[in-house]
Design a protein around this ligand. Structure first.
Ligand code: ATP
Length: 504
C-alpha cells in the first residue's frame, strides 16, 4: 500500500496535479502547489460541494470572509489558549514530533502485531479457522491486546487531563518509543505548541497589531452570521457556507497533501433552535455521507468515527473517514458545537448577536451544527481511489485515473488520426463547438495509442478521434476511458452525449 502511495505522489507530479511548493529552492515543508490538472480537479471538487450546499438548499447561502480577522476573535474562539499540539524533541536527531502521534503509532503497532498473528493463523488453519475463537484464546494475541488496552487507557487519561505533558513523556519512555530517524530514546520534555501562524498588521510606528492567519474558516462565518441573517432575511434553521484557505503550523510526517500547513476548507455552519440540534446533527451526518458516496467509489471506502471524548463545547461529533492507501483517515468532521462560538463572540465583543424569532417573539443564541471538510484531503482521497494500474489483453499495461467524470479536469480530448488531409481542422472545429460547455483538449502528437494513454493518465473520460471517414459522414469515434470501448457517433450528438455522461 505504501508503494501505491509513492506511485500516486509521483503520478501527481508527472501529470501536473501537485508540485512541491518552491521546488527549485528544494521545497517548503508541507506546502504544495496545484498544477494545470490539479487546479481543474480542485475547482471541480469545490464546485461539486458548493452546488450541493448552496444551490440545492434554499436555506443555505455562501460568503467569502477575509483571511485576516480581528485578533480577539481567536481569543474568543479559544484558539489562542488551546489550539495546541504537545511536542517532544529527540536530542540526537534534533527532530520534533507530536507526542500524541508517537503514542498513537505505538498503539497501532500493537494492533499490527495482533493482526499479523490472526493472518498467520488464518493461513495455517485455512477454512477451519475461527477468528473470534482464536482472538479470545491465543496467548500471544491476548498479551498484545492487554498491553494495547492498558496503553490506550493511559494515553486517553493523559490527554483528558489537560493534557498531562509529564505523563505523555513518561508513556513515551515506558513504552521505549524510539526516534524514527536516530533510533534513540533520548527525549526532551513535552511542550505545548500553538498551531496558529502570526504576523503583524500596520507599521511599528503606528503600533503594529499581532494578527493570525486563520486556522479555520468557521470563525468568519460566526462573526458574520447576523449580517447574513438580517440582510438575507434568513429564518432559523439556515446555513452559511464558505470555501477558503486555512493555515496551521503542523508538525508533519510525510503525508503529502493529507496534512498541510496551508490548505483549503469547505465549511458550512447550520444555525438551529436550541433543543433541535441533535436531530439536525443526525440529518447532516447522513446527508454528508450520501454526498461522498454519490461519487461512486464504493460504500466500503467510507466509515463514521463517532467521537467518544467530546470537546467541552460539543455535544456530538463524528468524522467521515475514507480508506486512503495508509488506512482509514478523517476527511470530514461533523460537529454539534452548541452555542459556544456565538456566546463567546457575544462575550468578547460586548455586542448583542442574538437571533430574534419573529414568529414566537423570542430572542436566543442559535445552536450550530458544523460540517467541515478539507479540499486537499478530499482531493487525495479521490486521487487514491481513482488511481489504477491495469494489464491489458495485448500484454501491455496502462495507468488510468478512474475519476468520476463530473470531476475530471478534462472531459473530452479531440484527436485527429493524422496531422494532415484536413483532419486537424475538423478536430478544431469540433472543439470550437464544445469548448464553452466542457473542458476539451486537442492532441495531435504521437500515435493514437500513446495519446489515449496520456488521457487515461489524467482521467479524461472521453476521447474523440477524427478520421478520414469523418469528413464524409460527420461521425467520430468516441472512446470510453474505463471500458476502452469505442462507438461511432454523429458530431451533432456529441454535446448531448457528453453532457449526459459527465453529470453526477
Ligand atoms: P486532524 O485530526 O487530522 O488534524 P482536525 O480534526 O484538526 O484534523 P478539523 O479542525 O476538524 O480537523 O478540520 C476539518 C477538516 O479540515 C478535516 O477533516 C480535514 O479534512 C481538513 N484539515 C484539517 N487540518 C488539515 C491540514 N493540516 N491539511 C489538510 N487538511 C486539513
Amino acid at each position: 500500500q505504501e508503494d501505491v502511495f509513492k506511485k500516486l505522489v509521483s503520478h501527481c507530479k508527472e501529470y501536473g496535479f501537485v508540485f512541491p511548493s518552491s521546488e527549485i529552492y528544494d521545497g517548503l515543508g508541507a506546502v504544495y502547489d496545484y498544477g494545470q490538472m490539479g487546479v481543474e480537479l480542485k475547482n471541480n471538487i469545490k464546485q461539486y460541494w458548493w452546488q450541493s450546499m448552496v444551490l440545492l438548499h434554499e436555506n443555505i447561502v455562501g460568503i467569502d470572509s477575509a483571511i485576516f480577522m480581528h485578533p480577539t476573535i481567536w481569543k474568543a474562539s479559544g484558539h489562542v489558549d488551546a489550539f495546541n499540539d504537545p511536542l517532544i524533541d529527540n536530542r540526537d536527531s534534533k527532530k520534533r514530533y507530536r507526542a500524541d502521534v508517537l503514542i498513537e503509532d505505538q498503539i497501532a503497532k500493537y494492533d499490527d502485531k495482533i493482526n499479523k498473528e490472526v493472518a498467520k493463523a488464518a493461513k495455517r488453519f485455512g477454512e477451519a479457522f475461527d477468528e473470534a475463537q482464536f482472538r479470545s484464546t491465543n496467548a500471544r494475541v491476548l498479551e498484545h491486546q492487554s498491553k494495547r488496552d492498558a496503553l490506550h487507557q493511559r494515553y486517553s487519561d493523559a490527554m483528558n487531563a489537560g493534557p498531562d505533558l509529564n505523563e505523555l513523556r513518561q508513556i513515551i519512555l515506558d513504552e521505549e518509543i524510539v526516534c524514527p530517524i536516530s533510533g534513540t530514546k533520548n527525549w526532551t520534555e513535552v511542550r505545548q505548541f500553538n498551531l496558529m501562524f502570526s504576523t503583524e498588521m500596520g507599521s511599528t510606528a503606528d503600533g503594529a497589531m499581532k494578527i493570525y492567519l486563520r486556522p479555520e474558516t468557521a470563525q468568519g462565518i460566526f462573526v458574520n452570521y447576523l449580517n447574513v441573517q438580517k440582510t438575507g432575511r434568513m429564518k432559523i434553521p439556515f446555513g452559511i457556507a464558505q470555501i477558503g484557505k486555512a493555515f496551521r503550523n503542523e508538525i508533519v510526517a510525510r503525508q503529502f497533501i493529507f496534512r498541510m500547513r496551508e490548505f483549503e476548507q469547505m465549511e458550512m455552519q447550520f444555525f438551529v433552535k436550541p433543543g433541535t440540534e441533535l436531530d439536525w446533527f443526525k440529518t447532516w451526518k447522513e446527508t454528508r455521507l450520501k454526498w461522498h458516496k454519490a461519487l461512486g467509489f464504493g460504500d466500503d471506502h467510507y466509515r463514521y468515527h463517532d467521537h467518544e471524548k467530546l470537546a467541552h463545547y460539543a455535544n456530538a461529533a463524528t468524522d467521515i473517514e475514507f480508506l486512503m492507501p495508509f488506512g482509514f483517515k478523517e476527511v470530514e468532521g461533523i460537529h454539534s458545537r452548541t452555542n459556544f462560538d456565538l456566546s463567546q463572540h457575544e462575550k468578547f465583543s460586548g455586542k448583542n448577536i442574538k437571533y430574534f424569532d419573529p414568529e414566537t417573539n423570542e430572542s436566543y443564541t442559535p445552536y450550530v451544527i458544523e460540517t467541515s471538510i478539507g479540499v486537499d484531503r478530499m482531493f487525495l482521497s479521490i486521487m487514491s481511489a481513482s488511481y489504477c494500474e491495469e494489464s491489458l489483453e495485448n500484454g501491455e499495461s496502462r495507468v488510468v485515473l478512474k475519476l468520476p467524470a463530473a470531476l475530471a479536469p478534462v472531459k473530452l480530448a479531440v484527436m485527429p488520426l493524422v496531422k494532415k488531409d484536413g483532419l486537424p481542422e475538423k478536430a478544431r472545429e469540433i472543439i470550437d463547438s464544445l469548448k464553452f460547455h466542457f473542458h476539451c483538449q486537442y492532441d495531435e502528437k504521437d500515435s493514437i495509442g500513446k495519446r489515449y494513454r496520456r488521457q487515461d493518465a489524467i482521467g479524461t473520460p472521453f476521447c474523440v478521434t477524427v478520421d478520414h471517414r469523418t469528413l464524409e459522414d460527420n461521425c467520430v469515434t468516441l472512446r470510453n476511458r474505463d471500458t476502452m470501448q469505442q462507438e461511432r457517433v454523429a458530431i451533432a450528438e456529441l454535446n448531448n452525449i457528453i453532457a449526459d455522461r459527465v453529470s453526477i
